[in-house]
Design a protein around this ligand. Structure first.
Ligand code: KPL
Length: 301
């Protein structure tokens, strides 16, 4: 399988490193990262220990492969989805596009441009250490499902390819509901860890923080259900606890963004949930509060 991973942040780098062990893989990202990979390979430490040397690393401005890849994995930040798609225009008709991103609305944005789209939900705790090096802190499952002009069999083939690369994965028929469940997880975990400057496991304190997290989950699940995603609050909470425990030593992507003085994905996560709530005539004051606090934190740096 020929894979193009577009977006070489922590998660994109981990996926590309693992996939390149058994698939022909190209990773596209920032120039300093691509150059470090070309010189020394892509080093993953922690739960995964490897130096990926078979990988082709390109900077975003470099020429893309001439032949359309079988699969394009989009791993850019949600606010960069449109920009990434513009760059990927030569592949819109022929490649199968897969969003491996946080937040609501990425698949819809991709589906307006690319013909065939799969949705995916991934729970991997990964930290970007320096150009050429990422730290894999914790591993969870990946769920892949048809979104537009794609089938459950294609989702299954990609899940097989992930498993061959050592990444637990399975095909699901109801990826839209899974994307909502992941958005609820991110809405509860990411802003709290980012604002409190805590690693993910600290949310499982059996006290105030865990209670706030549960309140955000309750509010978000109500919006998801009103939007047609049949989530069960208890089941979502159980998954979040399992993911927080599996990635306990990880800094959430939002905490990493704030620490590095970067824009966060708060608009596509809590912002999108609050917006969906407004459109449905519901209130989502906790999501709106978290959005505003994270925005204020972004501006403070
Ligand atoms: O998706 C995540 C993120 O950091 O963005 C995890 C690691 C699952 C925690 O929220």
């Amino acid at each position: 399988m020929r894979c193009l991973v577009f977006g070489a942040g922590a998660l994109g780098s981990l996926l590309a490193a693992r996939l390149s062990e058994s698939h022909d893989t190209t990773l596209v990202g920032r120039r300093d990262h691509a150059e470090a990979i070309r010189e020394r390979g892509l080093r993953v430490t922690g739960r995964t220990e490897l130096v990926a040397r078979r990988l082709v690393a390109l900077a975003r401005e470099d020429a893309l492969p001439v032949e359309a890849p079988d699969v394009v994995l989009l791993t850019v930040k949600s606010y960069d989805t449109e920009g990434a798609l513009a760059r990927l225009e030569p592949f819109w008709d022929d490649s199968l596009f897969v969003s491996v991103q946080n937040g609501l609305g990425n698949e819809e944005t991709i589906a307006r441009r690319a013909r065939r789209v799969l949705g995916a939900v991934i729970n991997q705790g990964v930290t970007f250490l320096e150009p050429g090096v990422v730290f894999h802190a914790g591993e969870g499952d990946t769920e892949i499902g048809p979104f537009q002009e794609s089938s459950i069999e294609e989702a299954g083939s990609l899940a097989d390819a992930f498993r061959r690369a050592g990444l637990p994965a399975r095909a699901v028929a109801d990826v839209r509901a899974r994307l909502w469940a992941k958005a609820v997880l991110n809405a509860a975990v990411n802003p709290l860890t980012a604002l409190m400057r805590l690693k993910t496991g600290a949310l499982l304190d059996g006290g105030e923080l865990e209670a706030v997290m549960a309140d955000v989950v309750a509010e978000s699940v109500a919006v998801a259900r009103a939007a047609g995603a049949p989530l069960e609050e208890e089941a979502v909470l159980a998954t979040i606890r399992a993911v927080a425990s599996a990635t306990r030593d990880n800094k959430s992507s939002m905490l990493q963004d704030l620490e590095r003085g970067r824009r966060t994905e708060i608009d596509a996560i809590n912002g999108a949930i609050a917006e969906r709530a407004r459109a449905l005539g519901l209130a989502a004051p906790l999501n709106e509060l978290l959005r505003r606090l994270v925005k204020a934190s972004e501006r403070g740096r």
